[in-house]
Design a binder for this molecule. Structure first.
Ligand code: SF4
Length: 226
């Protein structure tokens, strides 16, 4: 899908304004250390940012590098991850990741897409997040929430598997600005959380509304939360 330049500019501009005004400023967003960025992305899976925020400082004080994760007792890791839920799975996943990083990559997080997706538990979203937030590459990050915003605004059908939706990723790539692409990605993530929720939509206060396909075709107006 080729997006007309004015629509791209409008979308980017509104996301930029929204992020400047209402973006969330989590500690990890100021972080560019690949170890911390990768681990944080893994911690953020299947939980809320608020919960990760609660354990963030303590966790990285205890596990400041791959060596600490490798030598950690599973019982201790489970205890330290309990607040996020799924602590058994997370403990296993982090242990496996630390092992592969040590054996195959000399404790260095790969800086290529192929290297990242070859790691256990690292898929398209996480690989792009590490490349963008740690290595400063202009990469889109698309999870189900970001996908929802793009699909509503551009009038695309919902998708079953976001990771395999090539047109959606291509669209997200086209929308990246030349600079400040980290903030752009954070902005869409926060916009999805605060304005264009799965159930709660705030269309009447949404800066994207004038050109949003979902809203201008009457859907948003019918939502009781709009
Ligand atoms: S107008 Fe409504 S549906 Fe469209 S982007 Fe804004 S909140 Fe989402």
């Amino acid at each position: 899908m080729r997006v007309p330049a004015p629509d791209k500019r409008f979308f980017r501009g509104q996301i930029r304004k929204f992020y400047a005004r209402s973006g969330r400023h989590f500690k990890w967003r100021r972080e560019a250390d690949p170890y911390r960025v990768l681990i944080t992305e893994i911690l953020l899976k299947k939980t809320t940012a608020k919960k990760v925020e609660t354990i963030y400082d303590r966790f990285f004080a205890e596990y400041s590098g791959w060596g600490d994760l490798m030598s950690a007792k599973p019982r201790d890791l489970r205890r330290d991850l309990r607040h996020l839920g799924l602590q058994k799975q997370r403990t296993k996943a982090l242990g496996k990741l630390a092992q592969v990083l040590r054996i195959k990559h000399g404790n260095k997080v790969p800086s290529t897409y192929d290297g990242l997706v070859s790691l256990p538990g690292v898929g398209r979203y996480t690989a792009n997040a590490v490349l963008c937030f740690a290595y400063g590459e202009p990469r889109p990050v698309v999870d189900v929430n970001v996908a929802r915003v793009l699909q509503r605004f551009f009038g695309l059908p919902p998708t079953r598997d976001v990771n395999r939706d090539e047109p959606l990723w291509e669209l997200a790539k086209q929308l990246l600005p030349k600079g400040h692409f980290k903030e752009h990605n954070f902005g869409i993530i926060d916009f999805a959380a605060r304005i264009c929720g799965a159930v709660r939509l705030k269309c009447v206060e949404c800066g994207l509304a004038p050109r949003c396909a979902y809203f201008t075709t009457g859907h948003g107006a019918n939502n009781k939360n709009s």
